[in-house]
Design a protein around this ligand. Sequence first.
Ligand SMILES: [Zn+2]
Length: 340
Amino acid sequence: MQEYAQDAMSYVRHYGRPDLFITFTCNPAWDEIEQLLLPGQSHVDRHDIIARVFRQKLKSLMDYIVKHEVFGYVRCWMYSLDWQKRGLPHAHILIWLYDKITSDEIDDVICAEIPRADVDKDLHTVVIKNMIHRPCGIPNPNSPCMVDGKCSKQYPRAFAADTVTGDDGYPLYRRRSTENGGNSATIHMQNGDIDVDNRVVPYSSLLSKTYKAHVNVEYCNSVKSIKYICKYVNKGSDMAVFSVQSENSDRNAARDIDEIAQYQAGRYISSNEAAWRIFSFPMHKRNPAVVHLAVHLENGQRVYFTDSNVQQRALNTPGTTLTAFSTLSQEDAFARTLMY
Ligand SMILES: [Zn+2]
């Protein structure tokens, strides 16, 4: 995971900051999933179907962006998968475009407002279903986004008449108030109807309509701390340190646990991630390739050997990228002009 983040940084060094940061989440209500369920089953019973369908959808989304160039010619891309506690897979995708999106083009690509139902009924339905940040704060203090009494995603957001890009961070997307020509909608919650207007998660109309899922699209060319994004994209699923204790052991005994037991880290994997891994579906993909070059002192490279080949390995040490480069540089004038 850490290497993936470093590889992402080497893209940044060559191509600058990425243009788009897309989070694509599986929608268990997709027809392709529902059609395959047997009578009486719900999607939580069939992690195999969820995994297979999401993999196909993700492939299709990447083709849509990279081969069909819906946002323009793609210079470089990478994605990593991640499962949160609720268990549905989502992919974090970074896209570098050949022609950078300029700040006055952001509104053509990304929207954070409710589309008008009389103009585009389909898009309106998809956005209301998938792109609304559910009420949190005082009406719903137990929402999962609440941290220390505040929404960790900063919803509801302030209204803005126009998209504003700052020196750092994501732009302040256009979110017009209803008095200023914006739209609002009423969503039905368990404890009553709630009016929403500025709680829309930034989306791309094209991707939302095509994939009918939660597809968060952010413009990240203005984000200074790109290292944070490269790390975030490659952070992997949640982890936890845990131990198993007898219910009867008293608290003092529990405090005497030896340090090894305390430091034993465990990880939990959701059923869905397990299904994904059993199918050997990729957790990470990118293009172009990043090759790690070995760096070591003379005769300091790692050599792997077994009982049977120890002699041969000692006499004939396997080369590394570094030894091969120095060998080549001795006879190749062009190689000598390159920096390792
Ligand atoms: Zn919230």
